[in-house]
Write a protein that binds this ligand. Sequence first.
Ligand SMILES: O=S(=O)(c1cccs1)N(Cc1ccc(F)cc1)Cc1ncn[nH]1
Ligand SMILES: [Mn+2]
Ligand SMILES: [Mn+2]
Ligand SMILES: [Mn+2]
Length: 371
Amino acid sequence: KKKKKNNKKKKGGINQFFPDGVFPEGEWQEYTGSEENLKRVTDEEKRYLDRQANNKWNEFRKGAEIHRRVRQTAQKNIKPGMTMTEVAESIENSVRAYSGTDDSLKGGMGFPCGVSLNHCAAHYTPNAGDKVVLQYDDVMKVDFGVHVNGHIIDCAWTQTFNERYDPLLNAVKEATNTGIKTAGIDVRMTDVGEAVEEVMESYEVELDGKVYPVKCIRNLQGHNIKPYQIHGGKSVPIVKNGDTTKMEEGETFAIETFGSTGKGYVVHGGECSHYMKNLDAPPNAPIRLDRAKKLMQTIDKNFGSLPFCRRYLDRIGEEKYLLALNQLCRAGLITEHPPLVDVKGCYTAQYEHTILLHPTRKEVVSRGDDY
Ligand SMILES: O=S(=O)(c1cccs1)N(Cc1ccc(F)cc1)Cc1ncn[nH]1
Ligand SMILES: [Mn+2]
Ligand SMILES: [Mn+2]
Ligand SMILES: [Mn+2]
């Protein structure tokens, strides 16, 4: 018998530290560029209206506060010798504890905790049975989401132990901050990409006596975020790509950049762990295969349109689901998001923040004193 969802707020959540329910604002930045953008900050009427939308903003700020506390502990505790499963699950359990609810659709992981290593840039998290152990010379991209009622914080950093990678990390950190500074209302996507690329490619890194120019991974992008939708349909390039699509007032963006000592281009590589319901699939498409039908119901109930990974099915008690999962993917009802890899032997790094385009100012809501 399925245990009833307990809708009570759980103890130990982040709310205990903010009894008034008001969460800290992120880093404010003024809009730059056009004359029109410069005067947004003085528009009192827009400022007043923005405060009315505060509930939505406050839920992003709650997610960001959870993200900062979880990553601070992770940055201290993650060490070589831990398995990738221990790394990912320690972070995921911490997010769930702070979220203060057992209902994964009310709050918790916004998407799986990525722990992509070295030439793998994104979308790797261990599946059951993964024996990989974190090494001293690894370059690990820790990329996890926190959601509060579907308001998703998407924020990532690169964890290393060998300081020889610092120039690579600094290049990407500065490139991401440039992307954040350039982003704004009415800004064209291609202009963000161009600004990012210029900073990234001004760096080089020396490894094992060889000098590499830092390249942007040109087919990885930031993206807008919508309620319960990690990818809202707009992409933010990290190279100049001619896309004149503009950012708009009220939108939420994940600004992420990736630097690489390899080709600067990723392809699918390795076993898939990340999956997500296909929002373009016809709703209520008939699924004849009984096991697949049941699995789809479980996915709808626990994740909805949020990305999930195989370990999330394991932990809710699903067993022998792989065939049914593959059938749902082949039917186009679920999409696979396999690991994204540059060439073997190269090193890739990432930094990512979530920004809120308020009518009068830009808020880097996931900013911390770490990055
Ligand atoms: O690469 S994306 O698919 C994308 C980038 C631009 C347009 S869509 N992706 C969104 C996503 C898709 C599936 C997931 F399971 C988790 C995330 C970016 C991302 N991954 C991690 N953090 N941010
Ligand atoms: Mn991310
Ligand atoms: Mn992202
Ligand atoms: Mn893909």
